[in-house]
Design a protein around this ligand. Structure first.
Ligand code: GLN
Length: 497
């Protein structure tokens, strides 16, 4: 029987490599074969990087031949995909936008570099909502990604390609970025472990900026341990990003510890939120019971200003996006509409053609919110709300080690089902306040919803730089629910119904 690479995790691959059951070159090849066979349906990859993977595989296979596999890092021989807002020298980095359709990275982002240094096999670049604006991957200029659990449905977003590639068993690990929920929400929709670390744990250097004070990179995987191993590779101080912090935590260290003695906070207002579906609510309650049965103490905590997080985010996010997107002006970066005699009309025509509707909406919103006279009315109060929310979390953490909430109010929706932008924004009602406060949050799969039969995730949130707390609780949930499977239609080498 052929080796079932699609369902393997990091340790399975490394065990097989160490036992010489297969080579790193074969692992890479298997990943590309899976993509070839199944990604026509899923459409998670925008570009594959066979030559880079082959080079990386040679380094691993040489190390194995010389008995040095253990020195090759936590991701040695592991296929990894990257969201297409992460630079990797020689690859296109499009942010799924016509604006950057032809842009080729002249350098490599630190987060990508860290995975390569840890021995990863770079497989390619993954589809996303344009410039990471969205919750469904429907705003990609290159067409949507499908959810491997039900190809009629969205994978979530904006890191939908990163989630779908792991859920379909094309790669065991991928990277996404999260400004308001873009790792955790697609993680929940695709039934994965998906981590947004504390702001500053992972360098943002070389990741195309959306909201610089909110953006954070993190991993997708099917198991808690794989996500922890990936974060071990990613984390740490980078001289090229002054907001990054030193990190010497081993995120795998406390996975076997259990949750006895841990205090898990639940937020009643979140559980009673309008729009939260019965099946998601039931799963969060079930997860709380699982943690309690495993020895944790459940305590109620309050986040009184969290209901203002959405409003603050849709002021701060567009303001930061507006200023970050100014560089795509057809001269410094981005599509250049030909034939203009003056720069003004070249700017206008290039930006009109290069950006899609959601990007334009954010740019217009940000430019208005930052204009003279308006700034004091919106931007300044939004920053004050940010402080209040951060203080809410700090107060909550005096009573608990980790907070348990829903990730998204519902399971994956159908293509086109949500067409009103403000309704789409509500997808992130439970994730946004975490980016506002800057602490870490992760999505953990807890099985399928009773009504829709689709994956449901719960969110674990930890105090700043205590991300290890949420991994510890996540491992206890995984103990109960089992390691997340590849989506059934893509399991055992299948390539979609
Ligand atoms: N869905 C949110 C938005 O559209 C969050 C996106 C993200 O985290 N990148 O802004």
């Amino acid at each position: 029987m052929a080796t079932p690479f699609g369902s393997m995790g990091v340790r399975d691959i490394q065990r097989g490599l160490a036992a010489k059951e297969f080579s790193a070159a074969e692992v890479a090849r298997a990943s590309f074969e899976r993509i070839e066979a199944a990604d026509g349906v899923v459409h998670s990859f925008l570009e594959t990087t066979e030559a880079l993977a082959a080079d990386a595989a040679i380094r691993i296979d040489t190390a194995i031949a010389e008995g040095r596999l253990a020195e090759m890092g936590p991701l040695a021989g592991v296929p990894v995909g990257y969201k297409d807002n992460m630079n990797l020298t020689g690859t296109h980095t499009t942010c799924s936008s016509n604006m950057l359709r032809d842009y080729v990275s002249p350098y490599t982002a630190t987060c990508v570099e860290h995975t390569l240094r840890a021995g990863a096999l770079p497989i390619g670049k993954l589809n996303m909502d344009e410039f990471a604006f969205g919750s469904s991957t429907e705003t990609s200029a290159f067409g949507p990604t499908r959810n491997p659990w039900d190809i009629e449905r969205v994978p979530g977003g904006s890191s939908g390609g990163s989630a779908a590639a792991v859920a379909a068993g094309l790669v065991p690990v991928s990277l996404g970025s999260d400004t308001g929920g873009s790792i955790r929400q697609p993680g929940a929709f695709c039934g994965l472990v998906a981590v947004k670390p504390t702001y500053g744990v992972v360098s943002r250097y070389g990741v195309v900026a959306f909201g610089s004070s909110l953006d954070q990179v993190g991993p997708f995987a099917r198991s808690v341990e794989d996500a922890a191993l990936a974060l071990n590779a990613l984390a740490g101080r980078d001289e090229l990003d002054c907001t990054s912090q030193p990190c010497d935590v081993d995120f795998t260290a406390n996975l076997a510890e259990g949750v006895r003695g841990m205090k898990v906070g639940v937020v009643r207002a979140f559980m009673e939120a309008e729009g939260l579906t019965a099946e998601v609510k039931a799963k969060v309650e079930e997860a709380a019971a699982v943690l309690r049965d495993a020895g944790a103490e459940i305590v109620e905590v309050e986040l009184p200003h969290a209901q203002a997080a959405m409003s603050a985010y849709y002021v701060l996010g567009p303001c930061e996006a507006f200023s970050n997107l100014a560089r795509f002006d057809s001269v410094r970066y981005g599509y250049c509409d030909p034939g203009h005699k003056d720069l003004g009309s070249q700017y206008e025509a290039s930006r009109a053609a290069g950006f899609g509707p959601e990007a334009k909406r954010r740019i217009m919103l940000g430019s208005y919110l930052l204009s003279a006279g308006v700034y004091d009315t919106y931007y300044y109060p939004a920053q004050q709300v940010r402080t209040l929310i951060t203080q809410d979390y700090a107060a909550a953490y005096e009573r608990c080690d980790v907070i348990l909430t829903p990730v998204a109010p519902r399971t994956a929706f159908k293509f086109g089902e949500i067409s009103d932008p403000t309704e789409m924004y509500l997808s992130d009602m439970f994730t946004i306040s975490i980016n506002i406060a800057g602490n870490g949050g992760m999505s953990v799969p807890v099985g399928l919803g009773a009504q829709t039969g689709l994956p449901v995730g719960v969110q674990l949130i930890a105090p700043p730089f205590r991300d290890a707390n949420m991994f510890r609780a996540a491992a206890a949930l995984e103990q109960h629910y089992g390691v997340a499977p590849v989506a059934p239609d893509f399991a055992d080498g299948k390539v979609g119904a």
